[in-house]
Design a protein around this ligand. Structure first.
Ligand code: FAD
Length: 466
């Protein structure tokens, strides 16, 4: 078919990968079209992921903190929750960001085309939109189609009481009893929200540990808190099936300490995400998609077709927004003729639970499995004045070091752990050693000092002015 539109760079998908790539390519002087199936740009992260979940987690934190202060002499009473207003707050945060993106696209003359894109050749894409089919001819393309939640087939998905993360974020009601299937980051974040809002939460995780992948000492403070608060936390337990009944969703369990069955008002399934690579007819462009739906790339984010790039959740690795945005810049720069490479030494992970759990670089779990040598320096927050004064005494800051005492990994748990991890990341990227961290004057009293203190422990210069 004759092309309706032409561009130098076509970006398929408008999540953090896609919009970043489109904007970077435009800033480098390229003529860009951004294709998105939904009427709003921003992808999973802005619309049904990172941002709305953090808005709700903030609300949960306000409730948790207010409640926990009762024992210190300030009582607020039970929260009265207006769900419409709470949803309005969350949606308002999202709307500000997505409309900001529209504005940034316009400013850069990035043309946004709405519709579902499928490749028809190595240089053409068909877009099926409300106005019918359009054909776009491109010189180069960047695939950023992201991922979607895995749907466990054993559950009755036609019943609205069974939800994925998108459904859980819509916050239609506060269920009396909520089952969260999957004890990874997303499941535990949503559990945290519903617990604070008043649901009785049960978490069911297939593996023997919550938040698999993170070191146990980092997860422990979170695990201790939720085992004390939630109705039940089942590890090593599989959901084998479920039926919709008038009384709720009857779920069957196998293994662990779970009963054979139990009935819940709602079930949230958060057992992982699947890449969207198999739905775009990449083969018409000559791009191979593996059996899971991932697209492989080289260090410049090129697929095996040199003028077609792929970035974000669809290329594998940690499915995180900050990985997508950094890959996006590389792809856009390479498309514009620059010699960029994706060369991050670490991609951080953060669970914005209460308390937060954050880690980056080498973990002890991996070091032990792969026989990687390291030493560690830890600083328990029970010895930090700031942590004590904000109820974070269960926290922990941990540095993993190589033979030269350079930072090769870090883990932090406690309030604001995600924010604090930035310093450790910079240390790792800069090749900083414990002396660099220990001799840097940190403001007192702050949680950031815990990094300095951990470094002092390793450096042998720990002071006692806590
Ligand atoms: P996506 O954001 O998935 O965007 C892909 C876009 O492509 C979508 O808009 C989709 O509609 C569009 N698309 C797909 N196929 C087509 C097609 N054929 N035609 C047109 N358009 C198409 N990550 C973090 O880093 N921090 C967090 O705190 C965090 N929290 C999360 C919380 C939840 C509940 C969820 C679900 C995810 C969270 N993530 C978080 C993960 C993060 O959202 C993803 O890693 C990120 O969105 C991936 O970006 P992307 O650009 O690869 O793809």
């Amino acid at each position: 078919a004759e092309a309706d539109l032409r561009c130098q760079v076509l970006v398929l998908g408008s999540g953090p990968g896609g919009y970043t790539a489109a904007f970077r390519a435009a800033d480098l002087g390229m003529d860009v079209i951004l294709v998105e199936r939904y009427p709003v740009i921003g992808g999973v992260c802005l619309n049904v992921g990172c941002i709305p979940s953090k808005a709700l987690l903030h609300a949960a934190q306000v409730i948790d903190e207010a409640q926990s202060f009762e024992r210190h002499g300030i009582r607020f009473g039970a929260p009265q929750i207006d769900l419409d207003k709470l949803n309005g707050y969350k949606d308002g945060v999202v709307r500000k960001l997505t409309s900001g993106l529209q504005h940034l696209a316009k400013q850069r003359k990035v043309r946004v085309v709405q519709g579902v894109g499928t490749f028809t050749s190595p240089n053409t894409l068909a877009v099926q939109g409300e106005a019918g089919e359009q054909h776009i001819a491109f010189e180069q393309a960047i695939i950023a189609v992201g991922s979607r939640p895995v749907r466990l087939p054993a559950l009755p998905w036609d019943d609205e009481r069974v939800m994925d993360s998108t459904g859980a974020l819509a916050l239609r009601d506060i269920p009396g009893r909520l089952l969260v299937v999957g004890g990874g980051i997303i499941g535990l974040e949503m559990a945290c929200v519903y617990d604070a809002l008043g649901s009785k939460v049960t978490v069911c995780e297939l593996s023997d540990d919550l938040m698999p992948g993170a070191d146990r000492d980092l997860v422990k403070p979170l695990e201790k808190r939720i085992r004390g608060r939630y109705e039940a936390v089942y590890t090593g337990t599989r959901v084998t099936g479920a039926e919709a009944t008038d009384a709720g969703i009857r779920v069957h369990f196998e293994g662990g300490k779970a009963p054979a069955q139990d009935t819940f008002d709602r079930v949230l399934v958060s057992v992982g995400r699947l890449p969207n690579g198999a739905q775009i007819q990449a083969e018409a462009a000559g791009v191979t998609v593996d059996e899971h739906g991932f697209i492989r790339t080289d260090g410049q984010m090129r697929t095996q077709v040199p003028h077609i790039f792929a970035i974000g959740d669809v290329v594998g690795g940690p499915m995180l927004a900050h990985k997508a945005t950094h890959e996006a810049k590389v792809a856009a720069e390479v498309a514009a003729g620059h010699k960029s490479h994706f060369d991050a030494r670490a991609i951080p992970s953060v669970a914005y639970t209460h308390p937060e759990v954050a880690w980056m670089g080498l973990t002890e779990t991996r070091a032990k499995k792969e026989g990687i040598a390291y030493t560690k320096a830890t600083f328990p927050w029970a010895a930090s004045g700031r942590a004590l004064s904000l109820g974070g005494e269960g926290g922990l800051t941990k540095l993993l070091l190589d033979e030269q005492q350079r930072v090769i990994g870090a883990g932090i748990t406690g309030p604001n752990a995600g924010e604090l991890l930035g310093e450790a990341l910079l240390a790792l990227e800069m090749g900083a050693d414990v002396e660099d961290l220990a001799l840097t004057v940190h403001p007192h009293p702050t949680l950031s000092e815990t990094l300095c203190f951990a470094a002092e422990v390793a450096h042998g210069s720990i002071t006692d002015i806590l």
